[in-house]
Design a protein around this ligand. Structure first.
Ligand SMILES: *[C@@H]1O[C@H](CO)[C@@H](O)[C@H](O)[C@H]1NC(C)=O
Ligand SMILES: *[C@@H]1O[C@H](CO)[C@@H](O)[C@H](O)[C@H]1NC(C)=O
Ligand SMILES: *[C@@H]1O[C@H](CO)[C@@H](O)[C@H](O)[C@H]1NC(C)=O
Ligand SMILES: *[C@@H]1O[C@H](CO)[C@@H](O)[C@H](O)[C@H]1NC(C)=O
Length: 431
């Protein structure tokens, strides 16, 4: 009896830890596609965040160490930060010195702010000892957001677009994390509060309590999109987590408890909405969460899973970890099954990666009603890096929530475990 019991325990463990993960060499291939193809402002900003989370971890807000980070870059961070400095130099080279001015030309007024972190870090660490050029670039970008060139709603929410005040869920990843970091670096709580305020104002317009998730676009007359775009929800959750972590690691943490509490609730409400209402046995999100006529999108799936691991390590909420695990296993397991990967530097025979490391199928980032069946979206590559990095940090932190119960709509994982147990019991009798 005792041996049967332990056999069952082993079988259950085997079923729940049949983890498949990408090797570092594979993540680097994914990152290479990202580096080669990130050209648009938000893709560059999102790449910066991926580099910080994956490699230059001491300079990521998720590093669990005080902010601001060291002004003297430690030796082990110099190599990892090199691509961030190259981006900062290139962006600086393209600027004309105007104040106010966005960091990059873009028809979105919000997206260029996503590159702001690179300029703030370059200034803070005195990159290339170039006087105050990085500081001015960051300040001009900040001033631009609050200038008359950028439309605002009546309540003061910063528009995503130049033509008219229009709020997009995407903006939550582009603007508030920059504001929060700007406030911490310049020791100005008002600016950190602005980060929170922008999120609150956007959520007021975009969160739909009946659907339990965020709409994509609110306000304005050009191209409205009241749909529940999966990537938009992931952008929003990811941006809120970055702001939360920035406040948490800063001197303002103690004085902003209520803001942190709200951010935590707002991340959790997205997780609850998506995973309890719109997650099916495919473990991949629909491009529009509630619309079964839209395609399965692995890009949003990856970023949202990343936010679940981050919520576990940063916010100490673990409820949705089993859902993220299911998405991760679905995306990162080769067709030949868990543990079958032996090519640590390549992708052969993956349903969700091409042989050159593109995640697929993914939403087309510039035409979001379309799927790219064979990949090709730079932001999706960054999302893979973020999911891998967030999962890695979650693992180091002790895999909290791994064995949490999963809701009834998503019972397949449990069913697999039961099957494994049954198999083990039968096996024991046959032996
Ligand atoms: C992290 O560093 C490795 C090794 O230098 C590199 O190949 C990879 O592209 C970097 N990751 C990102 C996201 O840039
Ligand atoms: C630039 O860095 C200095 C420290 O070297 C800091 O005092 C200042 O607030 C920074 N400015 C911005 C806009 O980040
Ligand atoms: C802090 O930021 C606010 C908002 O931009 C600004 O009005 C104020 O002058 C700043 N405070 C300091 C000390 O720079
Ligand atoms: C690993 O995969 C890459 C393609 O992703 C391929 O070029 C390489 O030959 C593979 N190596 C082995 C040993 O199968």
């Amino acid at each position: 009896m005792k041996s049967l019991a332990s056999f069952i325990v082993v079988a259950v463990l085997a079923a729940t830890t049949a983890a498949q993960e990408l090797a570092e060499g594979q993540v680097n291939i994914v990152s290479a596609r990202l580096a080669e193809n990130a050209r648009r402002s938000w893709e560059i900003g999102t790449r910066v965040q991926a580099i910080l989370e994956h490699n230059a971890t001491r300079y990521s807000v998720f590093s669990n160490s005080d902010l601001p980070p060291p002004a003297n870059v430690p030796g082990d961070q110099q190599g990892p930060l090199t691509p961030v400095w190259n981006i900062a130099r290139q962006v600086l080279g393209g600027l004309g010195g105007n104040d106010p001015a966005p960091l990059l030309p873009d028809s979105s007024v919000a997206d260029p702010a996503s590159v702001g972190i690179a300029m703030l870090l370059a200034n803070w660490t005195n990159l290339d000892s170039n006087d105050d050029q990085y500081e001015r670039a960051a300040r001009n970008q900040y001033n631009y957001l609050y200038s008359d060139s950028v439309p605002k709603t009546g309540e003061g929410a910063i528009s995503h677009r130049i033509e008219e005040a229009q709020l997009w869920s995407d903006s939550i990843f582009m603007v508030p994390p920059f504001l929060a970091y700007y406030g911490v670096i310049t020791d100005n709580k008002t600016v950190v509060q602005q980060a929170y305020d922008q999120i609150k104002l956007a959520r007021d317009q975009l969160y739909d309590s009946n659907a339990g998730v965020w709409r994509h676009i609110a306000g304005g007359s050009r191209g409205p999109d009241p749909g529940y775009w999966a990537t938009g929800n992931a952008w929003a959750a990811a941006g809120m987590l970055r702001v939360y972590a920035t406040i948490e690691q800063s001197e303002f943490s103690g004085g902003m408890k209520n803001q942190k509490k709200d951010l935590k609730n707002w991340v959790r409400e997205i997780h609850r909405g998506v995973y309890e209402r719109y997650f099916d046995g495919e473990n991949v999100l629909r491009n529009y969460l509630n619309d079964p006529n839209t395609f399965y999108d692995t890009a949003s799936t990856a970023l949202l899973a990343a936010t679940v691991y981050r919520a576990s390590t940063v916010m100490d909420t673990h409820t949705y970890v089993p859902y993220a695990e299911r998405s991760r296993l679905t995306l990162f397991t080769p067709n030949t099954g868990p543990y079958s990967n032996t090519n640590w530097t390549g992708f052969s025979n993956y349903e969700h990666f091409t042989s050159d490391g593109w995640l697929r199928p993914v939403v087309n980032p510039t035409s979001i009603g379309e799927s790219m069946g064979n990949g090709g979206s730079p932001e999706a590559q960054a999302f893979v890096v973020m999911m891998h990095s967030a999962w890695r940090d979650w693992r180091w932190a002790g895999e909290k929530g791994k064995n949490a119960a999963i809701g009834s709509r998503a019972g397949a994982g449990i069913a697999n475990i039961l099957l494994a147990v049954l198999g083990a019991v039968l096996g024991a009798f046959l032996l």
